[in-house]
Design a protein around this ligand. Sequence first.
Ligand code: NAD
Length: 164
Amino acid sequence: MVLGLPSFVSATPAGIADLLDYYRIPTRGKECVIIGRSNIVGKPLANLLSRKGPGGDCTVTLCHSHTQDLAKVCRRADILVAALGRPHFLKANMVKEGAVVIDVGITRIEDKSTKSGFRLAGDVDFDEVAPRCSYITPVPGGVGPMTRISLLKNTLQAALKRNQ
Ligand code: NAD
């Protein structure tokens, strides 16, 4: 993937790339800020979005727990990806008007009003942030299902490769 050769792409970044493509969200020349530098999300996504060609050509900033003045960095993003695993971390004052916000985070939080006793929360304070965005993914129902589809695609690709 790093060399731009045909390869299996980490499922979550591949799903995010498909979402951007499906909604025809331009990436070329855009500022992209990713919060979280994990091997399965942040790092491969930074690679995908900054590579040359369609779906890439972003200027990517990869943030983590030592990033200074995170809110200021986030505010310059045209595409802002939250993948840090802290429920409702991203607030409206961290988001530029009209930004595309992608919420990767999935955390179980206690909720006695549900049958299971918990609910899923994203890293974005959706109610606060959504009015500022041109696009935003919900949790649950956004990046999660795209990850599963990408995993199935990778599995199919692996099976076809084995049979060739
Ligand atoms: P991780 O848990 O391995 O690492 C968290 C990253 O966030 C680290 O790079 C850390 O430096 C950064 N971070 C933590 N606190 C921070 C802060 N206050 N400011 C800035 N950066 C901070 O990362 P992961 O495995 O990518 O998981 C992140 C979240 O994404 C979790 O909630 C996980 O459940 C979720 N996730 C969802 C999907 C999906 O399909 N939707 C897939 C993978 C992971």
